[in-house]
Design a protein around this ligand. Structure first.
Ligand code: C2E
Ligand code: CA
Ligand code: CA
Ligand code: CA
Length: 279
């Protein structure tokens, strides 16, 4: 996002040319962001491609600092990961996104699923599945409506450990999806070993569709491969009608992107749900 980049670059004096200083400054502020109520969650609709009906919401974290303004997650999530703050922040997102999803379900959108991004660092904690289970119990959330998005890089990590954690998570009754698929180098063989129910095709492959129609070969291959493994596919970053039409033709199950809706605050998401139910 060019806007936030620009705002952000003015934050730091040019003499602070060391990335370390920026990270240090950010992490000092991030530490108090939860209690100062500077963090909030945006929600982006995920639709069924052939009906364009909303089936899920992806929770996307936002940080609004009183002086620095809006800071992109691309900027502060890596800092949170390095400092370990991600564990605390991740718990906060998970709990609050589930609470919000439950409110929507109680309003009548009963099959709405909530998708929450999880960092590899969070997954690496042995106690992570238990932690997730505790949150679900505490707020009495049906695990069937929770999906955790993990990046493709987990499949190239020293898996052994992570594989067990994924199976423990699966046993809780939640679903797991692989985010940014196609940007890493995960092999089919490895994917098959993991209890994954969805793949999200990275947005770079979707935007390529517009440049040249032959570029649908990659999404097309991913969709075919996923089908053969009984894994559902979400195309992310759909920005044009043409992309959406192509994905319909490829029988891609789910889609997400600015064309359908950008991430929005909870009130706007609720309005979108309401409008859809009137159709
Ligand atoms: P992601 O999980 O791949 O999320 C998709 C990103 O693409 C979001 O950026 C979203 O706003 C953006 N996007 C959605 N539709 C379109 C589109 O049509 N075109 C384009 N160009 N972009 C689109 P956002 O919200 O800035 O988040 C960036 C990344 O930060 C996320 O990428 C995710 O990796 C990370 N992130 C966000 N929230 C969390 C969180 O709660 N926990 C963790 N661990 N990571 C998070
Ligand atoms: Ca994601
Ligand atoms: Ca993604
Ligand atoms: Ca990403």
């Amino acid at each position: 996002n060019k806007n936030t980049d620009k705002k952000h670059s003015m934050l730091f004096h040019p003499s602070m040319d060391k990335e370390v200083n920026q990270e240090f400054l950010l992490s000092n502020h991030l530490r108090y962001a939860i209690e100062k109520k500077e963090l909030y969650i945006y929600y982006q609709p995920i639709v069924e491609v052939h009906t364009e009906k909303i089936v899920a919401a992806e929770a996307l974290l936002r940080w609004k600092h009183p002086e620095f303004g809006l800071i992109s997650p691309e900027e502060f999530i890596p800092v949170a990961e390095k400092t370990g703050l991600i564990n605390e922040i991740g718990k906060w997102v998970l709990k609050n996104a589930c609470i919000q999803n439950k409110r929507w379900q109680n309003q009548g959108y009963s099959s709405l699923t909530i998708c929450v991004n999880i960092s590899v660092n969070q997954l690496k904690q042995k106690e992570f599945p238990q932690l997730v289970g505790n949150i679900l119990n505490e707020i009495n959330f049906d695990p069937k409506y929770l999906e955790l998005e993990i990046t493709e890089s987990i499949s190239t990590e020293n898996v052994e450990n992570i594989e067990n954690i994924l199976y423990d998570l699966k046993r809780l009754g939640i679903s797991l999806s692989i985010d940014d698929f196609g940007t890493g180098y995960s092999s089919l063989a490895k994917l098959r070993q993991l209890p994954i129910s969805k793949l999200k095709i990275d947005k770079s492959f979707i935007s390529d569709i517009d440049d040249q129609l032959t570029n649908i070969q990659i999404p097309s291959a991913i969709i075919a491969m996923a089908k053969s493994l009984n894994i559902k596919v979400v195309a992310e970053g759909i920005e044009t009608k043409k992309q959406l039409e192509c994905l319909k033709d490829l029988a891609c199950e789910f889609g997400q992107g600015y064309l359908l809706s950008p991430p929005v605050d909870k009130d706007s998401f609720e309005r979108i749900l309401h409008l859809q139910s009137l159709k």
